[in-house]
Design a protein around this ligand. Structure first.
Ligand SMILES: Cc1cc2nc3c(=O)[nH]c(=O)nc-3n(C[C@H](O)[C@H](O)[C@H](O)COP(=O)(O)OP(=O)(O)OC[C@H]3O[C@@H](n4cnc5c(N)ncnc54)[C@H](O)[C@@H]3O)c2cc1C
Length: 380
């Protein structure tokens, strides 16, 4: 389903635009199963890694259709940018998530309910099917992610933090913002007091009756979390670029060739790979290999253009003492590694679309939505 190279991603995008985008808003909520994914784009593993950018996805789509015809799709594409910005403005949400997670991992390591859930051995057939699907394909439909998270929290009674870890481990599109905030949203913490409740009729309808006899807790109370997070805005301003400096690229911006900085000259471009040793959330081998192959694919392409590039392990940063520029890795494990080692020699360059859009992420998505036409006009 997901070949680890940009050519494949571009073909997937074009194919989706030509054949499926016109029906997206009508059909996108249906999960017809892993063999029938034509109603959605399945581009997230590429967008998450910056192999395709939101800009090119939107701009190619808008070449073929007017904004009003594909507004829903554009909104979804910009949800990622919104979630990222929301988390960037509240970095302690991520810090607390990791702290909670490390405590809960100890508490639940021998818990029978938890072990049955992650092994897909619960009494809920659809849930077990999604566990298998996630492990086999490293992807789940958006609606299945919502049902899964809701069942995990409200029927199985497990902490959302452990569910978010389980998703991050297996998803090819695992993203600290979309995932953590998607789980918080389902639990009723993101929009305080409003939880997402999976129900039998909804699952039946939107899986085309693939499942039946689904016994769920359909009247749960939202999870209560008293913590409030005030906004911390560091400005997200680019560092100065001086000639022939080295550049670090992390696994969220892999297509350097498509980046806002592609025309600048850098001495060497270092692609920083983060193996599992330094991660709090250990990723599935298939996810690690996917990331590695995407990086290798980009390096091959840059070498053909005679650009000097290299792959390094994130731990090699400790030995690099010169001043370094980096495409901003965003809140998540790579940035945690930089911060926990207090690397003062690394300064960041931000994506223009993020600098512009994150200004509108201080409130909810409904507020952000008002600015979507402006964002589209500015960047397309
Ligand atoms: C509990 C939970 C966890 C999630 N974890 C992740 C995650 O780790 N990584 C991730 O990329 N998405 C995550 N999502 C969001 C969403 O499920 C996926 O982005 C989407 O299913 C990807 O499939 P697609 O590319 O076919 O999406 P399409 O429906 O084709 O949408 C096009 C693009 O829009 C973006 N998008 C669509 N829906 C959302 C959304 N709800 N939030 C943010 N961006 C969206 C994605 O970049 C996607 O590729 C999560 C959602 C939930 C409810």
């Amino acid at each position: 389903m997901f070949e680890p190279n940009r050519d494949f991603a571009c073909k997937k995008l074009i194919n989706f635009i030509n054949n499926n985008l016109s029906e997206y808003s009508k059909l996108r909520n249906f999960d017809f199963g892993p063999d029938q994914r034509g109603n959605i784009s399945c581009l997230s593993p590429y967008i998450t890694h910056g192999v395709l950018s939101e800009r090119e996805v939107m701009s190619l789509s808008l070449k073929k259709f007017p904004f009003v015809k594909i507004e829903k799709f554009i909104q979804e594409v910009l949800w990622r940018v919104y979630w990222k910005g929301w988390l960037e403005l509240r970095p302690n949400v991520w810090r607390d998530y990791i702290l909670d997670l490390n405590r809960l991992k100890q508490e639940y390591k021998d818990d029978k309910n938890y072990l049955e859930a992650v092994e897909g051995r619960t009494k809920i057939e659809c849930f077990n099917t999604w566990v298998d699907e996630l492990k086999r394909y490293n992807y789940l439909h958006n609606h299945a992610r919502m049902w899964f998270a809701s069942i995990w929290i409200f029927t199985l009674g497990l902490p959302w933090q452990l569910g978010a870890e389980f998703f991050m481990k297996y998803l090819l599109d695992g993203d600290s913002a979309s995932n953590t905030l998607g789980w918080r949203w389902t639990a009723g913490i993101q929009t305080k007091g409003k939880n997402y409740v999976a129900s039998e009729w909804n699952i039946k309808k939107f899986t085309n009756n693939r499942f039946s006899n689904i016994k769920l807790n359909e009247n749960p109370v939202p999870i209560n979390d008293e913590r409030n997070y005030s906004i911390i805005n560091n400005g997200f301003l680019d560092a100065n670029i001086s000639n022939s400096q080295d550049l670090l690229v992390f696994d969220n911006n892999i297509s350097f060739e498509q980046s806002d900085f592609k025309d600048q000259s850098f001495k060497t471009i270092y692609f920083v790979f983060n193996e599992n040793e330094t991660r709090q959330i250990k990723l599935d081998e298939k996810v690690i290999n996917f990331k590695k192959s995407l990086i290798k694919d980009q390096i091959e392409s840059l070498k053909n253009k005679s650009l000097n590039c290299k792959i390094i392990n994130i731990q090699d940063l400790k030995d690099m003492k010169e001043n370094l520029l980096a495409l901003y890795p965003s809140i998540g494990e790579n940035l945690d590694y930089i911060n926990s080692n207090n690397f003062k020699n690394i300064s960041f360059l931000y994506r223009k679309i993020d600098q512009y859009s994150w200004e509108y992420c201080n409130k909810g998505f409904f507020n952000f939505k008002n600015y979507i036409p402006k964002i589209v006009q500015e960047f397309i």
